[in-house]
Design a protein around this ligand. Structure first.
Ligand SMILES: *Cc1c(COP(=O)(O)O)cnc(C)c1O
Length: 411
């Protein structure tokens, strides 16, 4: 490369304004650090005219040292051949689905999919002539595959599914899809790429919201799709055409998160199981939705396929909907807010979102999704204990309140 400062004594040296524009030497060779390299940049300065055609990086949008290291780490984690980074988990799902489908195709998807993914396919993709068929996660793999048509292009799964944590037989479904020439995609956010490896079970694409456990500190939006074979090539082409990119700083934070991912996940999982066991023994708890819990729905598939669980536990309270706020508003360590996968405990009411599903269990009682964070588990259980006491009091109040009303209706 030409060095703008290597001018002979007889030529004019560049002026100060010019010197500020061109790169200065950073003290020789870059030192090797334990922390990842953070390389920002849009323009790549090429060594000579012949380098414009590649094969090295020619423009920052395709990713520089930091994004390249993150993609390599995620391929390693999920046994993939290619990885595309997206600016959020939802963008990774919509981006990957967009890359794999054409006008006239049909997508077969579980009804327990993350709701914004369903909205993208239902209202976003329908404008491009792609149709959607939803299936009940309780259906057998054969029943689900019997719903494939000539137009079915892609099977979209999430297991455990959002909110209610319903399990799917992913290996079996992936095999049935492959036999019919249908591509398969799993939203693997629950597993964080660690607890379950879809690509090792015949799935074509594993997508995850890195926003959750990989970044892990409730401060970065990012998503990734990891794939093999033809699906990896389709994702790569589409990402190049559409122009998805993530900032180097955010990619750095994702790489940093990977260093402690397994340790954090083990702690989230152990605490969540302790909370789930405790909840299952409480009189005002109707059901604990946590497939890692022996005896819970989906436990057999979970024990077969999963290496462990994460911090998610959903609890069905035994009482009227009107008592929901007594439980939630008494929480302080559990923040009220969407998302999960950060260090902190969170809770959300699920009933409104569940009402939008076409299939699956319906509960007339409050359904609360908890994310068990990295706080001391005993503190979290003590807080849930007082929340259940408030809930109990609200149930009693609502009983005395509604009895005369019911009596009036009866008369
Ligand atoms: C949070 C989440 C997403 C979306 O991730 P964002 O980064 O918030 O867009 C996708 N799928 C699942 C299962 C999630 O929980």
């Amino acid at each position: 490369m030409k060095d703008p400062f290597s001018v002979s004594e007889t030529e004019h040296p560049p002026r100060e304004q010019t010197r500020m524009i061109h790169p200065h030497e950073g003290g020789g060779q870059q030192a090797r650090t334990a922390a990842p390299v953070l390389q920002r940049g849009t323009t790549v300065l090429l060594p000579a005219c012949g380098a414009f055609a590649g094969p090295g990086p020619t423009y920052g949008r395709g990713g520089l040292a930091t994004q390249t290291a993150l993609r390599a780490a995620l391929c390693d984690l999920e046994a993939g051949e290619g990885c595309v980074l997206y600016p959020s988990g939802l963008a990774a799902l919509s981006g990957a689905i967009l890359a794999l489908c054409r006008a006239g195709d049909e997508i077969v998807m579980c009804d327990t999919i993350y709701a914004p993914t369903r909205r993208f396919v239902e209202s976003g993709l329908s404008a491009y002539g792609v149709s959607l068929k939803l299936f009940d996660p309780a259906s057998s793999p054969e029943e689900i595959a019997a719903g494939f048509s000539e137009r079915t292009r892609l099977l979209v799964m999430e297991s455990p599914g959002s909110l209610t944590l319903d399990m799917l037989d992913v290996p079996q479904l992936a095999a049935l899809a492959r036999a019919r020439g249908v591509l398969s995609l799993v939203d693997n956010t629950f597993a964080a790429g660690v607890l379950f490896k879809p690509l090792e079970h015949g799935v074509d694409v594993s997508v995850q919201a890195l926003t959750k456990y990989v970044c892990g500190h409730s401060d970065v939006f990012m998503g990734a799709a990891v794939a093999r074979g033809e699906a990896a090539a389709m994702l790569r082409r589409s990402a190049r055409d559409v122009g998805w990119t993530v900032s180097s700083d955010d990619a750095y934070l994702a790489l940093r998160g990977l260093k402690t991912l397994h340790t954090r996940l083990a702690r989230h999982g152990a605490s969540a199981l302790e909370v789930a066991r405790w909840l299952a023994d409480q009189p005002r708890v109707a059901e604990v939705l946590c497939p890692a819990l022996p005896g819970a729905r989906g436990h057999a598939l979970f024990a077969r396929d999963y290496a462990g669980t994460n911090g998610l536990v959903t609890v069905v309270l035994d009482g009227p909907m009107a008592a929901t706020s007594a439980f939630l508003d008494s929480l302080a360590l559990f923040g009220l807010g969407f998302s999960w996968g950060g260090f902190e405990s969170l809770a959300i009411p699920c009933n409104d979102q569940l009402a939008q599903r076409q299939t699956g269990a319906r509960w007339p009682q409050p359904v609360i999704r908890l994310h068990v964070g990295l706080e001391a588990t005993a503190d979290l259980i003590a807080e849930l204990d007082q929340a259940l006491a408030r809930f109990e009091a609200a149930c009693a109040a609502s009983d005395t309140h509604t009895t005369p009303a019911r009596a009036r209706v009866a008369r």
